[in-house]
Design a protein around this ligand. Structure first.
Ligand code: ATP
Length: 234
């Protein structure tokens, strides 16, 4: 469904990604793992259209989307839940989620989608009139994911969704990824928590200083000596 080929991204003279190729199949869960500064966020930003690559192709459903603006990519079904949540703290939970639907003016559809999301996130539903700033870190992460899901994407991109969360909430994120996939939405998940990401994904890519070091079925990567040594403390 989404195919990224030989993507190269630089920030001035700093190369952040060098010839990176990644595929995302329909309804699949793909993990991108790697240390700080490996280029994981840059990859998601490039797919979302927030960073302009110097070379490479981003093809969705057979057509090159590299020159599309971020909102046009959202219309095609690419939604990004950015690192650090980026909620509007002085807006309510409901208002934050509504921001994600700014491209969809069909109120009935928005309502139906919102009710569905409230069913998936009951704690968020209870807090829908509260200011986002009053929520716990885990709840804020759920709101950020709900904001990305309200646009009914085909691919949900999650940038470090478990960062700073307590172990119990990390499991909640994992459960959520499974729920999202059951809805037929593909997930691309960037994580420093390699173990978790590989446990809940089908396929994984390991980025090191902007280059793909390894790729394969997640179950196999979990057993790989390199992964165990470099990321799982083995
Ligand atoms: N706006 C920017 N200007 C200059 N350099 C940048 C910019 N954004 C990222 N970089 C650099 O590009 C490289 C890749 O950064 P990126 O944020 O993509 O990595 P990451 O794997 O997501 O790391 P982290 O897990 O710390 O977020 C790093 O060397 C970083 O310092």
């Amino acid at each position: 469904m989404l195919k990224i080929t030989n993507l190269c991204v630089s920030y001035g003279s700093v190369s952040a990604l060098s010839h990176v190729s990644v595929s995302v199949p329909e309804s699949g869960v793909v993990a991108i793992v790697g240390a700080n500064g490996a280029g994981k966020s840059t990859l998601l930003k490039s797919i979302a259209g927030l960073t302009r690559p110097v070379a490479g192709q981003i093809v969705m459903d057979g057509s090159d989307i590299s020159s599309l603006k971020p909102h046009e990519r959202l219309d095609r079904g690419l939604a990004l839940c950015p690192e650090g949540r980026r909620l509007f703290p002085e807006m309510t939970v409901f208002e934050n989620i509504r921001v994600g639907a700014y491209r969809n003016r069909d109120t009935a559809k928005f309502r139906r989608r919102l009710d569905m999301l409230y069913a998936i996130f009951p704690r968020i539903a209870e807090r829908r009139r509260q200011l986002a700033s009053s929520l716990s870190g885990g709840e804020q992460q759920m709101v950020a994911i709900a904001r990305a899901l309200i646009s009914q994407p085909r691919i949900l991109m999650l940038d470090e969704p478990t960062l700073g969360l307590a172990p119990k909430l990390i499991h909640e994120v994992a459960r959520l990824v499974r729920t999202v996939r059951q809805e037929g939405i593909a997930v691309v998940m960037v994580e420093q928590n390699a173990k978790l990401a590989l446990k809940i994904s089908d396929y994984g890519y390991v980025l090191e200083t902007g280059e793909l070091r390894l790729e394969g079925a997640s179950s196999e990567l979990l057993q790989s000596d390199h992964i165990v040594r470099a990321y799982l403390g083995g």
